[in-house]
Design a protein around this ligand. Structure first.
Ligand code: PGA
Length: 238
């Protein structure tokens, strides 16, 4: 059983990068590497109609209701989304999303036929006080037992250009894998996220428990994304 690599673009609150919708765009899957683009709600339909594998950056667990400003998983599925990000650290911080709500999102995503990509990761303070494993363990243990993709994103590495050492990344990915139900350990993709760029990705993507990346800043530049795709090609993990 192989886990084929996935390179996912998190475009955050930025417009669709120029050229991303073209038939030969860097954001389309190629032999041996899958892609996903996480676009703003406003850009989802455009990406879907262009045939890009598309996901939303969050979704509400309830099917419908009095939740001003929210969009439900059911609605995302209906317009053709394939996936949804759950629990990105910017959602945890800016919108007070907590483990339980994130678990409800992941659960609802699966029930409505979307693939959940769930983000976990410790803050700088948690890493410095050596609580990174216990924090990530709490985040993982809160999740439902559905098939999902996990993204390990140390918060101190997001958008900062500071990346953990290869040993630290492999240690956390292997640790996360060990926390999954036994039947899920070999089949669950665990992406690395946090300042992933062409010049640091080769070693990271080659690590045995890294199955691709969740990419913010570098995903806004098609040439950088194309290079990340190239580096991920031919790196399936057992
Ligand atoms: P970054 O963002 O690549 O800009 O660090 C990653 C993310 O937030 O998913």
């Amino acid at each position: 059983m192989h886990r084929s690599p996935l390179i996912a673009a998190n475009w955050k609150m930025y417009p669709i990068p120029e050229g991303a919708l073209a038939p030969d765009s860097a954001y389309r899957p190629r032999a041996g590497v899958e892609t996903l683009v996480f676009a703003t709600f406003l850009d989802l339909t455009t990406c879907i109609e262009a045939g890009l594998p598309t996901g939303a950056q969050c979704g509400h667990p309830e099917e419908k209701g009095a939740h001003t400003g929210d969009v439900s998983m059911a609605m995302l599925k209906k317009i053709g989304c394939a996936a949804v990000l759950c629990g990105h650290s910017e959602r945890r911080k800016d919108h007070g999303e907590e483990d339980r709500f994130i678990a409800e999102q992941a659960d609802a995503a699966s029930r409505f036929g979307l693939h959940p990509v769930v983000c976990v990761g410790e803050t700088e303070t948690e890493r410095k006080s050596r609580r990174h494993k216990s924090v990530v363990e709490r985040q993982i243990k809160a999740l439902p037992h559905h098939l999902m993709t996990i993204a390990y994103e140390p918060v101190w590495s997001i958008g900062t250009g500071v990346i953990p050492s290869l040993d630290q990344i492999q240690e956390m990915h292997a640790f996360i894998r060990s926390l999954l139900p036994p039947a899920r350990q070999k089949v669950t993709r665990i992406l690395y996220g946090g300042s992933l760029k062409p010049d640091n990705a080769e070693g990271i993507l080659a690590l045995p428990d890294v199955d691709g990346g969740l990419v913010g800043g570098a995903s806004l530049k098609p040439e950088s994304f194309a290079e990340l795709m190239r580096l991920a090609q031919g790196a399936p993990k057992k």
